[in-house]
Each structure stands twice: as structure tokens, then as C-alpha cells.
Write a protein that binds this ligand. Structure first.
Ligand code: GDP
Ligand code: IMO
Ligand code: MG
Length: 425
């Protein structure tokens, strides 16, 4: 298989975990390139359900090598818990997981700052996962972060941790009126993590580029979604990394010329967890119905997800900024009981209709969506095994989406299970 990037084409939770699980057997490596344990990727294998936050979902396939790239932020406590969870379920991690020396490390002060900043924003909060993601990336960009390689060097760890606490403790005490962190306690805790994590640390750019040179293939597992990308999303209601396809290159040290294909994962409707504008959100009754049917509760925080109609402006934006070659449609089955289904094809704002996703958050927040209404199929699709067997109206719905996006739908998913997936060839 070629080197393929899998990205979320909406606001996250499109079913990336399930698709990675399906494509992993054809790849040699599965690699995370951005985000951290804010992600929650679900893989259902028969009666077993795995939710992966930090470790690539490919770990569930024996023999696949998994890499956490330099673009990821790693909370060592969360990492060790996830490794323990996998090993308790019989999944061997040692020898199959490698973490970039250059990945930045999340500390408790990042988590605390995430929480305090959100609280201070009151109604303007972002609705973060409070995992410390934003503050850790802030330190990275401010050039004061602590990387895995620094964690493993006692002298550097001491020096950097002291410098960070000297800067951050006054913020806690003077701005937020809470106590700061003791160097001794944090140093001891993180020395302990360093000893346990050392075995996974690698120069992963060498590992991955050598693999490519010897004709091995890589699956890049995007986290979050395009509309949560710090550059291309609904800023400031975004995460702090590049969830889009370009992030796969910067977040792993694999050059763009080595990436062969980008596939976007697209939910048959739209969901969003956390705050921020969402033009096609359902009315409360339908929202509750779809939330229950689709199990739309955050895989990381358990928060109820907001749900809405398919938004073609959102996904066309994704097609553009990711250079999508193909798309996978997930959760088609969740729409099975609807008499009619809407697709948003424009935003109406101040007597103007926008056909391309606007940058102005005021427009996204206050626009009136322009819809095309299609008849539903009112048939259970959960057992459908091929595109040709789909109800006629389901096919029409997908064909219309494909036309609006100008991009081929290659796979369709109609349930959580591996088997509830078929290609469109
Ligand atoms: P990710 O973050 O993109 O990996 O997605 P999540 O795991 O957060 O959320 C997707 C949810 O939908 C999970 O609970 C999956 O088991 C479930 N799921 C995936 N594909 C389908 C599908 O086609 N139909 C239904 N009903 N559920 C699905
Ligand atoms: P996966 O990979 C959906 C959202 C949060 C919040 C915003 C910023 O499972 O699709 P952060 O903690 O990252 O600073 O929060 O981003 N968010 C996600 N929403 N799926 C995710 O990951 C998300 N990761 C972060 O809810 O709105
Ligand atoms: Mg998720």
C-alpha cells in the first residue's frame, strides 16, 4: 500500500479509529503526527471495544509498528495508563511502539493552566478537553517546552523544569490565586516516567525514512479534524495543532514528496463537541434522537456531542485544504429512520450567499444555512454488504454528496463493527 494520510474532514470523531483499523493490515507502520490524548479513537472488534487516545490505533494489529511522531504532545502518565490498558487486554506494546525524541511532554502545570484559562474565559470558553494540549503547544512555540530527549537527560530536565516553574508559578499564584508546583515533587514524578518511557524513545525520522527507503508503507493517523485545525479551523474554537494533511509531514519528519494519498473521513452528518459555531445544528428533538442513535458522546470526555445536518461547505473546505484524493463516509446507518434529510449547500448572511466556508467567525455564527432536502430511505442499512445493495435514496444521498465534493467515496461504513464496511468500486 502507498503512504496514506487519514484525516478527519469535519470537527473530529468522524470514525478515524475504525477506518485506521480497517486499513492497518495493508500498512507496515501506523503513525500519529499531532494532537495528544485529547483524541479518542474507537475500534470495535467483536465484543471488545478499545478507545485509543495517544497510541496509534494500528497497535491492535499484531506485527504493525506504531510511532508517535514529533508533532504529538505526550502526557507520560496517560501514555503509561494506555500501555497498561492494552497489555491487560493482551496487546503487546514493547518493541512495537516508538516515540519521537522531539515530541513535547505534557506536565501537570499544562493541565492546570488549561483548566484555569477555560474557567477565566467564562462564556467565551473553548470547551477544551482539559488535557493540557494548548498550554503544552504554547510552550513548544515559545521555545520553552520540554521534549522527550530533554526528559531523558537529567541535567537538562532539571534546568528546563526549574526555568518553567520560575515562569509559571507566579502565574498560578499571582494571576489565578492558586498554589504553584514544587520542583522536587514534579522532578521525582517525571524521573520515574523517564525511566519507564526511555525504551520507546527513538529518532523516529530515521526510523520512518529508512522504512520508506526499504519500501515499507506508512499510514498516518490524523487526530481531531480539519475544522479544529489551528490554521484552517474555526479559530479560536480549535485545537492547538495542525490536524490537516500538512501536519503529517511536519509532525513526523517524512517529506511531503513521500506521501502518496490523503483520505478524508466524513460522517454522513455533522457533529461537534466543545464550544464554537455550528451552522447546521439540529433542533433539540432531532439532536437528541441522532445523539442517541449515533452514540454521540465524547470518547475522551464523555460530553454529549452536538449533531447537525451534513454541511457541504465544511467538507469542501476540507477537500481543498487537505488535497483530499478520496473520502470515506461513516455512520450512514444513523440516518436510517429519517423521512427527509437535508444537506447544507450555502450560508446566507446579510443578503449574500456564501458557497465557500468563510473565515469570519461572525458569518459562521450568524448565517442562515441554505439546504437542499432529499427523501430519506427509512430502511435499516446496518446489514448492507455492498454499495449496490444500498436503498436507492441512500445511494442518491451519497451520489449527491460525492458530486458536491467532487471527490470519490471509496468506502462506506454502516456500523461500529469492522464487518459493517464496504467499498464503492
Ligand atoms: P474518531 O475520533 O474519528 O476515531 O471517532 P470516535 O471513535 O471518537 O467516534 C466515532 C464513534 O462512532 C465510535 O463510537 C465508533 O465506534 C462509532 N462508529 C464508527 N463508524 C460507525 C458507523 O458507521 N456507524 C455507527 N453507528 N457507528 C460508527
Ligand atoms: P478525535 O481525534 C472531537 C475539541 C475539544 C475542543 C477543542 C479544543 O477523537 O477526533 P483541546 O483539548 O484540543 O485544546 O480542545 O477541540 N477536540 C476534539 N473534538 N474529537 C477530537 O479528537 C478532539 N480533540 C479535541 O472538544 O472543542
Ligand atoms: Mg474521537
Amino acid at each position: 500500500m502507498p503512504n496514506v494520510v487519514i484525516i478527519g474532514a469535519q470537527w473530529g470523531d468522524e470514525g478515524k479509529g475504525k477506518v485506521i483499523d480497517i486499513l492497518a493490515p495493508k500498512s507496515d507502520f501506523v503513525v500519529r503526527y499531532q494532537g495528544g490524548n485529547n483524541a479518542g479513537h474507537t475500534v470495535v472488534i467483536g465484543k471488545d471495544k478499545f478507545v485509543l487516545h495517544l497510541i496509534p490505533s494500528g497497535i491492535l494489529h499484531k506485527g504493525k509498528i506504531c510511532v508517535i511522531g514529533n508533532g504529538v504532545v505526550v502526557d507520560p502518565k496517560a501514555l503509561l495508563e494506555e500501555i497498561a490498558m492494552l497489555e491487560a487486554k493482551g496487546v503487546k506494546v514493547d518493541g512495537r511502539l516508538f516515540i519521537s525524541n522531539e515530541a513535547h511532554i505534557i506536565f501537570p502545570y499544562h493541565r492546570k493552566l488549561d483548566e484555569l484559562k477555560e474557567k477565566a474565559k467564562k462564556k467565551k470558553k473553548i470547551g477544551t478537553t482539559k488535557k493540557g494540549i494548548g498550554p503544552c503547544y504554547s510552550d513548544k512555540v515559545a521555545r520553552s517546552g520540554i521534549r522527550l530527549i530533554d526528559l531523558l537527560n537529567d541535567r537538562v530536565l532539571k534546568e528546563k523544569l526549574k526555568a518553567n516553574l520560575a515562569e509559571k508559578n507566579p502565574i498560578f499564584t499571582k494571576i489565578y490565586g492558586v498554589s504553584g508546583y514544587s520542583f522536587k515533587t514534579l522532578y521525582k514524578e517525571y524521573k520515574g516516567y523517564a525511566a519507564r518511557i526511555k525504551r520507546y524513545a527513538r529518532d523516529t525520522t530515521v526510523l520512518l525514512n529508512d522504512a520508506i527507503a526499504s519500501k515499507k508503507s506508512i499510514l498516518f493517523e490524523g487526530a481531531q479534524g480539519t475544522l479544529l485545525d489551528v490554521d484552517h479551523g474555526t479559530y479560536p474554537f480549535v485545537t492547538s495543532s495542525n490536524a490537516t494533511a500538512g501536519g503529517a509531514a511536519t509532525g513526523t519528519g517524512v517529506g511531503p514528496s513521500k506521501i502518496d494519498k490523503v483520505i478524508g473521513i466524513v460522517k454522513a452528518y455533522t457533529t461537534r463537541v466543545g464550544e464554537g459555531p455550528f451552522p447546521t445544528q439540529f433542533d433539540p428533538d432531532l439532536l437528541e434522537k441522532i445523539r442517541q442513535k449515533g452514540g454521540e458522546f465524547g470518547a475522551t470526555t464523555g460530553r454529549p456531542r452536538r449533531c447537525g445536518w451534513f454541511d457541504a461547505l465544511v467538507v469542501r473546505h476540507s477537500v481543498r485544504v487537505n488535497g483530499l484524493d478520496e473520502i470515506v463516509i461513516t455512520k450512514l446507518d444513523v440516518l436510517d429512520e429519517l423521512k427527509s434529510i437535508k444537506i447544507c449547500t450555502g450560508y446566507r448572511y446579510k443578503a449574500k450567499t456564501y458557497r465557500d466556508f468563510p473565515s469570519d467567525i461572525e458569518i459562521i455564527k450568524n448565517c442562515e444555512p441554505v439546504y437542499v432536502t432529499m427523501p430519506g430511505w427509512m430502511t435499516d442499512t446496518g446489514k448492507v454488504k455492498s454499495y449496490s445493495r444500498l436503498p436507492v435514496n441512500a445511494k442518491k444521498y451519497l451520489d449527491y454528496i460525492q458530486k458536491l465534493l467532487g471527490t470519490k467515496i471509496v468506502l462506506v461504513s454502516v456500523g461500529c463493527d469492522r464487518k459493517q464496511t464496504f467499498s464503492n468500486r
